[in-house]
Design a protein around this ligand. Structure first.
Ligand code: NDP
Length: 333
């Protein structure tokens, strides 16, 4: 007998002659895709990519119909995989759920065991989704910089889009690792004091890096974590010191990058690409271990806002418009 109820709530993206629609739907177990583990999803989260998928403003969904939501957390209900059993607390970030495979905006989901990560202490499902893909990406960026040999002694590290999900968690992780953090934000007035509380030593206006600049500016920073792309990323590269590195995570301000080879060949600057979707399980666990060690629960709580799944459409519009600060956890019940 299936442990899934006859009817449960989800959001579904459909695309047909009527166009692209994302709306609440009632599903049953028979609607769920194949997979070796059935999860009772308790929470999902809202990422920039989810905003694009729900609003249809970006080509995120690659299969129709599709349950969106690139993150999920909850407990295992049924498992045909030896490494998971009913009751286990698990999470998924990325792995193409909410893009190619059915995702987290559903009270139940059937998934592949290889995508699952046990929720690490001290987190629970709600806190894990407070981190979600955004926080996980911030951890991957910090690990990439460290693995490249970039330490606090090289100079201040800039975090762009600092008030957003990736940005705010990157500020916390870098500050706790001993870097002097410069938070770049378009909301310095509203969020500046909070970013300082998170560990930023300095808060600069978004316009500073968004302005056109020369290929090489004065060497100011050890590098940074960039979530904005476009001119902001080009400006950060131009200001990065000899031997420094920038972890490129996002495109909230644009997907283009116009720069020259000078920072790379004259200063040995490195551009480190961060992809949180597809990566080896060891790296996934390493990033979660780092978050468990360096992101205190009381700090995370201050970054989180829990919202019901019924508000998804409005929240999706907000994140795409840059109106969301910190992290939004989606309560799927
Ligand atoms: P958020 O919306 O939470 O944060 C984005 C931040 O970027 C905003 O809070 C704002 O920060 C800033 N911003 C928004 N619009 C603009 C603009 N037009 N110009 C300059 N800055 C802008 O999104 P996430 O943190 O979830 O994601 C951030 C980026 O990282 C996205 O592009 C996302 O697609 C990408 N990403 C990539 C991943 C990967 O695997 N590489 C994984 C996760 C996210 P402020 O108010 O401080 O200026």
């Amino acid at each position: 007998m299936s442990a899934t109820p006859d009817a449960f709530n989800a959001w579904l993206i459909e695309r047909d002659e009527g166009g692209y629609r994302c709306a609440p739907r009632t599903l049953s177990a028979a609607d769920l895709p194949e997979g070796d583990v059935l999860v009772r999803v308790r929470y999902s989260s809202l990422n920039y990519k989810d905003g694009l998928a729900v609003t249809g403003k970006g080509k995120i969904a690659r299969r129709f119909p599709l349950v969106p939501g690139i993150d999920l957390a909850g407990e295992v209900v049924e498992s045909a995989a030896s490494d998971f059993k009913p009751g286990d607390q698990v999470l998924i970030t990325g792995c193409e759920i909410g893009e190619l495979h059915w995702g987290g905006y559903s009270q139940y989901q059937r998934v592949r065991a290889q995508w699952l990560v046990p929720i690490p202490a001290p987190f629970d499902a709600r806190l894990a989704m407070g981190i979600g893909t955004a926080g996980f990406t911030a951890a991957l960026a910090v690990l990439a910089l460290e693995d490249h040999g970039i330490g606090p002694d090289l100079g201040p590290m800039v975090v762009t889009g600092a008030a957003g999900g990736v940005g705010s968690i990157a500020v916390v992780l870098l500050a706790r690792a001993g870097y002097r953090v410069v938070a770049s934000t378009g909301r310095a007035g509203e969020r500046g004091p909070f970013l300082r509380e998170l560990g930023a030593a300095e808060v600069i206006e978004r316009e500073v890096l968004a302005a056109p600049c020369r290929p090489l500016e004065s060497e100011t920073y050890g590098g940074g974590v960039d979530t904005v792309g476009g001119q902001t990323l080009a400006s950060l590269i131009a200001r990065t010191r000899h031997g420094g590195a920038v972890a490129a995570c996002g495109l909230a301000g644009g997907h283009e990058l116009h720069t020259t080879v000078f920072p790379f060949i004259l200063r040995g600057v490195s551009l480190l690409g961060i992809n949180s979707v597809i990566l080896p399980p060891e790296r996934r666990r390493r990033a979660w271990d780092r978050l468990a060690a360096d992101l205190p629960v009381e700090v995370l709580e201050r970054l989180i806002r829990v919202e019901p799944m019924s508000r998804l459409r409005e929240l999706a519009e907000d994140i795409v418009a840059g109106r969301i600060a910190g992290r939004v956890v989606i309560d799927v019940d």
